[in-house]
Design a protein around this ligand. Sequence first.
Ligand SMILES: Nc1ncnc2c1ncn2[C@@H]1O[C@H](COP(=O)(O)OP(=O)(O)OP(=O)(O)O)[C@@H](O)[C@H]1O
Length: 274
Amino acid sequence: MATTQIKSISGAVPAGNTVETGNSAPQIVAQDLDLFYGEFQALHKINLDISEKQITALIGPSGCGKSTFLRTLNRMNDLVKGVSIKGEVRIGNENIYDKSVNVVELRKKVGMVFQKPNPFPMSIYDNIAYGPRAHGIKKKAQLNEIVERSLTQAALWNEVKDRLHSSAMGLSGGQQQRLCIARVLAVEPEIVLMDEPTSALDPLATLKVEELVNELKQSYTIVIVTHNMQQAARISDITSFFLNGKIIETDVTSKVFTNPSNKQTEDYITGKFG
Ligand SMILES: Nc1ncnc2c1ncn2[C@@H]1O[C@H](COP(=O)(O)OP(=O)(O)OP(=O)(O)O)[C@@H](O)[C@H]1O
């Protein structure tokens, strides 16, 4: 089994520590990544390797930089005024902060699901077809096929196949979130970023989304921010613990939750703070 080098800026993970991933080279590599909102430094020398077709969970107390880091992976922070970045994020062999990178193409490859379901105020069908149409797909038969495939992958097809032309706003919160996941899948990403995708959902809808995320890792690399430690423990392969804009510890999820290497990780997962 292949291993991935786990790096830690804090020294929490000893040099040379590795995590068995079952995959070869990491798909995403963040290297010495600093991010500033104006004068305020929100991320400090983040080093993290993320493997293909695994679920990586980012955990840590409020304000520790999880969402900020997640958004660096598809350059969503570019939309925030005053942001500056040092260091690198490589996806495949490309530094995504290179001037030559086409950000629209990057966001197609690296899709994002947000905390609050945000369907467009249009039909279920048009929500899914929106992205493919924007990328130039016009043929009805092809769009029909994409809509069915994406909704099936998002475990929503059976619930909506008879009402594709009704408004997406009429779906339940959990269905809306699965629709938003289907909308991301419609443009065939490689990586799906999820920022607390179940925090606005009830327990049953949460369970459905968790089952779906688990299915999706067969085809996609998933990076998920969650406040819910049980959720991280249930669904992720690798967990990275953030504190004050730094990564304290990254390891196999079962290890992080049963035998963390760092005292701060232990204090956090046992509820001593956060
Ligand atoms: N647009 C912004 N402008 C200025 N500061 C920001 C901005 N967004 C986030 N921050 C600050 O950066 C730090 C990290 O925020 P971030 O949202 O990444 O944390 P988080 O771990 O995702 O928190 P939460 O779990 O509460 O969502 C915080 O101190 C936050 O106040």
